[in-house]
Design a protein around this ligand. Structure first.
Ligand code: 2P0
Length: 427
């Protein structure tokens, strides 16, 4: 105990003591760690897309964006951070593999959180560092979904890193700046429900922040299906892709300046009024315009494949058959489709996907996540779908819904780092 008291001169959260958040978990005092915290963070899917930076170093976007936070029961990152006076260097493990902690984006997040912690404790940049701020940190992070699914994991990953580091270093308030320095879209994963990332105007990025526009309980009928598509080859990474787009696409410039500002207002209205018809149409148009800017990039970038295009056709046929917008698609920097629909349409649409993309042998594993009742397609709908069946082109579907923002886990058994500060083999 004495050693711990020496190491924590009263201002730091200490093992087993009251902390700014009583749910923080602490390890037993004989272990080498002074504080260990585990948190989870969600994936988000943009319905008004972010594509292009005006400042590469600070990760400031050329337009605002708006996203839906997905439920962590199906998709989440879990991160443990531990600080200790015994650690000799910062270290990080992702999905069990140690990674280079010197990566510029990781370093930017660490620098930023320590700067905020120092500021919060009233120390100017020249002041002596509070002790826990001089401690090195160990971080372990895992996703509950396979990276092979091709889903953007960097948003959940960096949001979780920012949120967990903030708990461990005692930082409160908005963490957009920290998460954004890891990955732009990560700032939108700091909140649940429906979230906008305001592009901001300031050169230092202080006003480029994420903000919740409606909580996760706002639109309970809204459902999300992720159609994981069999992808043949790796696509262009987002960071490089958007750099090339900013340099070469006049369509992207037009989109950022003249299209997105109005769309942000309209999308906010659609969500506030739960106007699914308008929400669905705008979501699809914005996805299509994002992919059009990719084609307008030189050399062109194409993220969609034949299966993606078949999904687009399926959705339009489905909507035309019903005479209204029942389903919407959106695609990010890859061929997987994210589908938005309402709870009364999920079963029929999943049946339509099964019809158009007959599952491979393990048909019972085709649908993961929230349960969907079986449905029988009418002959009229089958005829209307008009797409040539593509067996196994969709690998599986993850069925989910809108969800909450990051959470602190208060059970010490959940920590991904053991008492020695190294990844546990059986977390
Ligand atoms: C989005 N995407 O709004 C858009 C739509 C992909 C397509 O944000 O360079 O990983 O780390 O800021 O956030 C992917 O880009 O890029 C992305 P960086 P990020 O979700």
């Amino acid at each position: 105990m004495a050693a711990r008291e020496t190491a924590n001169p009263g201002r730091e959260p200490v093992l087993g003591s009251a902390t700014p958040d009583s749910s923080l978990s602490a390890m037993a005092s004989e272990t080498s760690q002074d504080l260990v915290v585990t948190c989870t963070a969600p994936v988000n899917i943009a319905v008004i897309k972010y594509w292009g930076k005006r400042d590469e170093a600070l990760i400031l976007p050329i337009n605002s964006s708006l996203s839906v936070t997905l439920h962590q029961d199906q998709l989440k990152t879990t991160t443990t951070a531990a600080i200790s006076r015994h650690f000799t260097e910062d270290r990080i493990w992702l999905n069990g593999q140690e990674e280079d902690v010197g990566q510029p984006r990781l370093q930017a997040c660490l620098r930023e959180i320590r700067r905020l912690a120092r500021k919060r404790r009233g120390g100017g940049d020249g002041d002596a560092l509070p002790l826990s701020l001089s401690y090195k940190v160990h971080v372990a992070s895992v996703n509950n979904f396979p990276t092979a699914a091709g889903l953007a994991s960097s948003a959940a990953g960096y949001a979780c890193l920012a949120y967990t580091l903030a708990r461990v270093y005692g930082v409160e308030g908005d963490l957009s700046e920290v998460a954004r320095r890891g990955s732009g879209s990560a700032c939108r994963s700091l909140y649940g429900g429906f979230v906008e990332w305001q592009m901001g105007e300031k050169a230092d990025g202080k006003d480029s922040i994420a903000r919740q526009i409606a909580p996760e309980c706002h639109w309970p009928q809204l459902r999300v299906l992720i159609l994981v598509v069999n992808a043949e080859k790796k696509h262009t990474g987002s960071t490089v892709g958007m750099q090339t787009s900013v340099e070469t696409s006049t369509l992207l410039k037009f989109r950022a300046e003249s299209v997105v500002p109005e769309r942000m207002k309209e999308m906010t209205r659609c969500i506030q009024e739960r106007d699914f018809q308008a929400f669905a149409q705008l979501t699809m148009k914005d996805s299509n315009q994002f992919h059009a800017t990719c084609l307008d990039t030189f050399p062109p970038i194409s993220y969609l494949n034949d299966t993606s295009r078949a999904v687009i056709q399926l959705v339009h046929c489905f909507n035309t058959h019903h005479g209204q917008m029942k389903v919407a698609y959106t695609f990010d920097a890859g061929p997987n489709a994210v589908i938005f629909t309402l709870d009364d349409t999920v079963a029929e649409f999943v049946a339509a996907v099964r019809h158009s993309f007959p599952p491979a042998a393990n048909g019972d594993k085709f649908l993961k996540g929230l349960q969907v009742s079986p449905a029988v397609l009418s002959d009229e709908l089958k005829a209307a779908l008009a797409v040539e069946p593509r067996p196994a082109a969709v690998k599986y579907i993850i069925s989910t819904q809108v969800g909450p923002g990051p959470q602190v886990l208060d059970n010490s058994h959940v920590h991904l780092l053991g008492p020695d500060g190294l990844p546990r083999r059986d977390p």
